[in-house]
Write a protein of this length. Structure first.
Length: 191
């Protein structure tokens, strides 16, 4: 299957950008923009994941995010605190800290010259969960959420638990997350 690479807008990619949070922690972001977004601001679409924007998801991200930018949106992929190229420590999934950081990211997006002040979030699985949790906080400017592969009842129908019982997949997922989260930040960015 070929990815579409002809779009109404030319696309510019910013491979790495820092988003500094109120506590000084820096989150790593990769941004795809319509070429003329600074002159003609566009809505931003945020994907907020722990999966290493410069290696683990890079081949999946490029065609998806470029497609969005090519159709008139700023596509922004951010590594969650303590993952990938972001500072800090990831203590668990879906924490209040994760949500608070996402709220700060949304505020940052709204202030960028290329953003028209409107933000959407999207995600599959982890990104679907946190998109809904952030939307429940009702941040100013968040206008839409597209959540896929998620549940709104983590006790009854989560990927880790079904009816409160741990699924066999849980230990495998935990091992994969541990190995992924144990990778160092990209030495190109950190030295």
């Amino acid at each position: 299957m070929d990815a579409e690479d002809r779009f109404p807008h030319r696309v510019r990619e910013i491979e790495h950008s820092w988003i500094t949070l109120p506590d000084g922690t820096r989150l790593g972001a990769r941004i795809w923009l319509p070429q003329d977004a600074e002159a003609h601001p566009v809505p931003a679409i945020l994907e907020y994941l722990p999966y290493h924007k410069r290696d683990f998801t890079v081949f999946r991200d490029r065609p998806i995010q470029a497609y969005m930018a090519g159709h008139g949106y700023a596509a922004v992929r951010v590594d969650i605190r303590g993952t990938g190229d972001s500072d800090g420590i990831l203590l668990d999934e879906y924490t209040k800290q994760e949500q608070d950081d996402a709220l700060a990211v949304i505020a940052w997006l709204r202030e960028q010259a290329w953003c028209d002040g409107n933000v959407g979030m999207w995600g599959i699985s982890w990104g679907g969960f946190n998109s809904l949790q952030v939307a429940a906080c009702r941040p100013e400017g968040l206008k839409a959420v597209m959540a896929l592969g998620f549940t709104d009842d983590r006790f009854a129908t989560d990927v880790h638990y079904l009816g409160g019982l741990m699924l066999a997949e849980n230990p495998f997922w935990a091992a994969a997350m541990l190995s992924t989260m144990s990778l160092p930040p990209d030495p190109v960015l950190y030295g």
